[in-house]
Design a protein around this ligand. Structure first.
Ligand code: ADP
Ligand code: MG
Length: 341
């Protein structure tokens, strides 16, 4: 069972969403629906699965439906049609009390504009979710301090948000989301308002935390580099439709359509693809000349050995940590695949 399953979800905004469903199901696109009915298609037949412990990145241009999608997960938005299953339970089946429980314990959210309480200190902000869970003050403060330390903000616990930089405020937002110990974390453009260097720091911090915590993270961004760095899987939305789901390598090597191609066209493939991804297996590589092979590790990024093989005009032998041969890479094929668009 997947941690989260989204099955054929449609979301139409407007006065009478049900009335336009037949038209949408028959294939009318977002533009046509708006023009003919004045309704906006937020999501159009989106289905996807998110596995426990993975970071699933949802990417797309502004207005493509990313926020609409993530808000279905904690029922800030109800679908016009389709179902959202979290840990085997349809979120539409919750009554009011169950929904409150679900939001307090199951999911936490980190927002683009930090969403901190200006009149509360850092430690009070971080402890807020625990306060809502009805925990005792002593426990709240203990847990809040742990999370403050985890995001590197010790010493700032009694400051107010307006005394902190943007990057630090977002660390508070992250610490607050971590404090409730929910196993699903929703992050909607959480780093998009930060300067590039600070943003890169935050990505690193999230990766470090995630390597220990193994939460299920749904991360939204319109930035390809961020998607590639953070995502185990990436789903790409265009005008409410999910046009591709795949690993970073799938997305880069086999973009599903022109929209995805436009996203990946400037990416440096050599920087994000490892030797093992592009090698040919030992049984499948008779056509590769094995004289003067250059040895590379299966987990090396292409970038690290590309200059060497280009200069020497040699093919590669790919080995694992113990030196066992796992496959071969043809110099010529490698260079063609890197320039493929
Ligand atoms: N409450 C709403 N009422 C009407 N239209 C909305 C509402 N929320 C979102 N939309 C529309 O749905 C589409 C998807 O929006 P959104 O999910 O916010 O996109 P993204 O987060 O990818 O920028 C957009 O066309 C937007 O205008
Ligand atoms: Mg959005």
């Amino acid at each position: 069972m997947s941690k989260i399953e989204i099955n054929n979800v449609y979301k139409i905004f407007g006065n009478n969403p049900q009335s336009v469903m037949p038209m949408v199901k028959e294939g009318a696109n977002k533009e046509e629906v708006l023009e003919q009915t004045g309704h906006t298609v937020g999501l159009d037949n989106v289905s996807l699965k998110i596995e426990e412990g993975e970071t699933f990145v949802c990417m797309g241009l502004s207005g493509s439906g990313k926020s609409t999608l993530i808000r279905h997960l904690n029922r800030l938005i109800d679908p016009t049609d389709g179902e959202i299953i979290v840990e085997g339970t349809n979120v539409m089946s919750f009554n009011k009390e169950q929904l409150i429980e679900f939001r307090r314990h199951k999911m936490s959210m980190v927002f683009q504009r930090f969403g901190l309480f200006p009149h509360k200190t850092v430690i009070q902000n971080v402890g807020y979710g625990l306060e809502m869970q009805g925990k005792a003050l002593e426990e709240i403060n203990k847990t809040a301090m742990e999370k403050i330390e985890a995001v590197g903000l010790n010493g700032f616990e009694n400051q107010f948000p307006n005394q902190l930089s943007g990057g630090m405020q977002q660390r508070v937002g992250l610490a607050r989301a971590l404090a409730t110990d929910s196993d699903i974390m929703l992050m909607d453009e959480a780093f998009s308002a930060l300067d590039p260097l600070i943003r890169s720091d935050m990505q690193k911090q999230l990766l470090d935390l995630q390597s220990e915590l193994k939460k299920t993270i749904v991360f939204i961004t319109h930035d390809l580099d961020e998607s590639l760095r953070l995502g185990d899987h990436i789903g790409i939305l265009n005008a409410g439709k999910l046009v591709q789901v795949g690993t970073p390598v799938d997305i880069i090597m086999n973009p599903a359509d022109d929209y995805v191609k436009a996203f990946v066209k400037d990416v440096n493939r050599a920087k994000v693809i490892k030797a093992k991804i592009i090698m040919k297996g030992t049984n499948d590589s008779d056509d590769i000349d094995k004289t003067n092979l250059i040895k590379v590790n299966e987990d090396q990024f292409i970038e690290e050995f590309l200059p060497l093989i280009v200069c020497s005009n040699s093919n590669c032998e790919v080995v694992d940590k113990s030196g066992n041969v796992k496959g071969y890479i043809s110099n010529k094929e490698l260079q063609t695949s890197l320039t493929k668009s």
